[in-house]
Design a protein around this ligand. Structure first.
Ligand code: CAA
Ligand code: NAD
Length: 282
């Protein structure tokens, strides 16, 4: 797989595009508008500049990686891709429409259409794509250029060959560490992480402690790299709410249900780091 498409150039799509282009692969990122495309380009460039400043890449590599990435707004640009990773907003209606359209656009029979979804059933995306055996979940972690893990999620209809090709791609081409999970909302990591983050939000809402002290507790008491409220801000509060809703719909367990404060913050546009304000100001 040499020609890669990424749908969505937000937090995850821009990071995935960087990872793929740094692995030497031709990369097209699709965004919804020229304005969103410009933001995505700036985000990717900013991350590469940071890698340059930290001495991880040199000027020549920065130019080469940038040259391998094209940001566009027309899904038809994905026609010749070998692999497309969808990383659009965590909304089932948006993803179903994308899988329906892109499934029909891909020209190569063997092309794989993957989703970076955190919680939406992969089998549903396969059912509308017209190539259910070549659709699966490929779940990167935030920030994608830093985090080593990728969860691979075959659905009931994914072929063993598709899973095998993605295992090889993720470990050999991208140099990441895959684990395999079943097609259940949350997979492995979010099934454990999201109830923890929602508990921290409930704790803050109930006035147990300040945001800074809740976070300090988990950083200094448990050795986590960041506390749960700072991590929620990093992930995006709209994304956490959407994941919680999907997990609650799937299992009907109260621990997955987003607390009212999270709903109110998202409704107010307080989405965390990406909007400049969440539990903290950025
Ligand atoms: N893009 C690229 N590189 C980045 C980056 C970004 N957005 N953010 C940090 N980095 C790099 C830095 O360049 C630095 O690299 P070097 O040490 O090699 O120079 C390294 O990461 C550490 O960065 P900093 O020193 O600036 O900051 P830090 O030490 O506080 O680390 C962090 C930042 C990597 C985000 C760290 O706090 C961390 O690991 N936090 C936890 C993140 C986490 O749990 N992610 C999973 C979220 S859940 C998810 O993704 C699934 C889902 O579906 C919601
Ligand atoms: P984000 O809000 O930062 O970015 C989403 C991007 O998708 C936006 O830039 C938006 O313009 C674009 N988009 C929306 N509809 C589109 C369409 N029809 N075509 C093309 N682009 C479209 O969200 P994110 O955090 O990057 O999350 C993207 C996906 O990755 C979600 O499925 C999310 O669950 C998953 N994910 C998120 C994280 C995280 O920590 N944020 C981690 C792992 C996986």
């Amino acid at each position: 797989m040499e020609r890669i498409g990424v749908i969505g150039g937000g937090l995850m799509g821009s990071g995935i595009a960087e990872v793929v282009a740094r692995a030497g692969l031709d990369t097209i990122v699709i965004e919804v508008s020229d304005e969103a495309a410009k933001v995505a380009e700036e985000r990717i460039h900013g991350s590469l500049e940071r890698a340059l400043t930290r001495g991880k890449i040199d000027e020549a590599e920065l130019a080469a990686v940038t040259g391998r990435i094209t940001v566009a707004t027309d899904l038809e640009a994905l026609a010749d891709r070998d692999l497309v990773v969808e990383a659009a907003s965590e909304r089932e209606d948006v993803k179903l429409e994308l899988f329906r359209r892109v499934g029909a656009i891909l020209e190569k029979d063997e092309a794989i259409l993957a989703s970076n979804t955190s919680s939406i059933p992969i089998v549903k995306l396969g059912a509308v794509a017209g190539r259910a055996d070549r659709v699966m979940g490929v779940h990167f972690f935030n920030p994608a250029p830093v985090m080593q893990l990728v969860e691979l999620i075959p659905s009931l209809t994914t072929s063993p060959e598709t899973l095998g090709r993605m295992q090889a791609f993720v470990s050999e081409k991208l140099g990441k560490q895959p684990i395999e999970a079943t097609d259940r909302a949350g997979f492995v990591v979010n099934s454990l992480l999201v109830p923890y983050l929602l508990s921290a939000i409930r704790m803050y809402e109930a006035g147990y402690a300040s945001a800074a002290d809740i976070d300090k507790g988990m950083v200094l008491g448990c050795g986590h790299p960041m506390g749960p409220l700072a991590l929620s801000d990093l992930i995006g509060l709209d994304t956490i709410r959407a994941i919680g809703v999907s997990m609650y719909e799937e299992f009907k367990e109260p621990l997955y249900s987003p607390p009212p404060l999270l709903d109110r913050m998202v409704d107010a546009g307080l989405l965390g780091k990406k909007s400049g304000h969440g539990f903290y100001a950025y």
